[in-house]
Design a protein around this ligand. Structure first.
Ligand SMILES: Cc1cc2nc3c(=O)[nH]c(=O)nc-3n(C[C@H](O)[C@H](O)[C@H](O)COP(=O)(O)OP(=O)(O)OC[C@H]3O[C@@H](n4cnc5c(N)ncnc54)[C@H](O)[C@@H]3O)c2cc1C
Length: 432
């Protein structure tokens, strides 16, 4: 079967979600911006909880999770269709129970957690009662995890963790951390690192500062520099087995990356919507902006870029549902990750340009989108590293030529073709 249509029942839900996000949720972005990294106070809960309840009643809460975890088991393709709507708003993923970094964190606890870990951390996380943080990058290196030095050492029945982590998003608000550390420095890092699950208020977890993104106020940062100083945790804090960190990280980051790509479609579409409205509204040098050829080029290029990206993301989500194994979809997840920052950057930049001075002002959201695109080229690993992954995976399907000439070298192929059809060629020559 090969189909590009959404089934009518789910489309109805998507239409509901679209109107709900625009009318009920997008206004929250204006009164409580940067919300996802600030605690849900009682006042905010009065607004947010009834919205979550409406989502639950529609059966759209954490839809990608199976019913045993409180979702509908709709999978990644349907999540993609929903996430491209939710991507328009910072608050929407929280109100639909599928926000980063919690979705990726929930996924690995569901996959590798013990029953006790699921009860303590996963259940409240999925109920939207608390937030989580993933603490992997270190100040001296993020792209290459083999550089990590944060260490856990056994001490009786406990482990004691020491070291530094950087850019642990949301640690300030999170109830718990998932931290990746070296547990055995004598073997390859691929076998010598482990993940631990621990409450953020464990003694010795020191949030030294919260780094902000460009444009944030200095006191508004949400990416923590954490000093883990003699942090004592029981053996039961290990997530998965000892030495399993790399395998777990791939599960965690595979899901997270494609979820970012899904939401990015929504942001880029919003930029196109604004661009189109503007060029139809503004006249200069005797005609509408929409009539200028360069501006038409902006629109066509943006439409083409987004359409290709969207189809690719939907296809990758479909592959994840089909294979249920991130390793098999690694090449395409990495490709989506590589393309995503450029798609958003280019579209947001063009939309900003056609808005003139207003476009670069703080009265329009474009520069936030452009810096957001830059962040997407780093979060969950830099573009360059993902390009290497894509290239390596693509090359797996090829082998070197058997001799000095390429297999498509025309003289050799032509000789072979001549030999094969020799009798007909002789006839042609004879008839001349
Ligand atoms: C918005 C945001 C949120 C984040 N959230 C988290 C989080 O929650 N938890 C967490 O642990 N981390 C998080 N990070 C950190 C992120 O994972 C790292 O920034 C990323 O892995 C790169 O590491 P680095 O910043 O140390 O850069 P480096 O590793 O120093 O790399 C710097 C640059 O060097 C180049 N480079 C690096 N390696 C290669 C290579 N192999 N080939 C070619 N060029 C290369 C690239 O240009 C790269 O951008 C977040 C980052 C951002 C921007």
């Amino acid at each position: 079967m090969w189909d590009f249509e959404t089934d009518p029942e789910y489309q109805e839900l998507l239409d509901w979600a679209d109107a709900f996000v625009r009318d009920e949720i997008e206004p929250l972005d204006l009164i409580w911006p940067h919300l996802q990294f600030t605690p849900l106070t009682d006042t905010r809960r009065k607004v947010v909880d009834p919205l979550k309840e409406q989502v639950r009643q529609k059966g759209l809460w954490a839809t990608h999770l199976g019913p045993e975890l409180g979702g509908q088991g709709y999978g990644q393709l349907k999540l993609a269709l929903l996430n491209e709507i939710l991507g328009r708003s910072q608050w929407a993923p929280i109100i639909f129970g599928c926000q980063a970094p919690d979705t990726g964190n929930a996924e690995i606890i569901a996959h590798y957690g013990t029953p006790e870990q699921k009860e303590s951390y996963l259940r409240p996380l999925l109920d939207g009662e608390l937030f989580s943080s993933y603490s992997m990058t270190e100040p001296q290196g993020g792209a290459d995890p083999t550089q990590f030095t944060t260490r856990a050492v056994r001490d009786g029945d406990d482990w004691v963790i020491n070291g530094w982590k950087f850019f642990s998003s949301n640690a300030n608000t999170a109830a718990f951390l998932i931290v990746m550390v070296v547990t055995n420095p004598d073997v390859s890092p691929y076998q010598g690192m482990s993940m631990f699950l621990l409450p953020t208020d464990t003694p010795g977890v020191n949030i030294v500062r919260n780094v902000g993104m460009y444009g944030d106020r200095e006191d508004q940062g949400s990416h923590a520099l954490i000093h883990y100083e003699n942090v004592r945790v029981p053996d039961s804090a290990l997530l998965g087995g000892e030495g399993q960190a790399f395998v777990i990280a791939q599960t965690r980051l595979g899901g997270g990356r494609i979820h970012h790509a899904m939401r990015t479609i929504g942001v880029a579409q919003k930029a196109i919507d604004m661009m189109c409205e503007r060029v139809l509204s503004r006249k200069t040098a005797g005609s509408l902006l929409a009539d200028k050829q360069t501006v038409q080029g902006y629109i066509a290029d943006s439409y083409a870029q987004l359409k290709q990206f969207r189809l690719f993301v939907l296809y990758t989500a479909w592959e994840i549902d089909k294979y249920n194994d991130y390793k098999k979809v690694r090449k395409d997840i990495a490709t989506a990750k590589v393309v995503m920052p450029t798609v958003l950057h280019d579209i947001a930049w063009r939309a900003m340009q056609v808005h003139g001075a207003l476009g670069v002002s703080n009265e329009m959201p474009f520069l936030g989108m452009v810096t957001g695109a830059a962040a997407l080229g780093l979060a969950d690993g830099p573009t360059e590293v993902h390009k290497t992954t894509v290239a390596k995976q693509v090359l797996r399907d090829y082998k070197a030529s058997d001799d000095v000439w390429p297999s498509e070298w025309i003289p050799r192929k032509r000789d072979a073709a001549r030999e094969r059809f020799a009798e007909y060629l002789e006839l042609e020559v004879g008839n001349l």
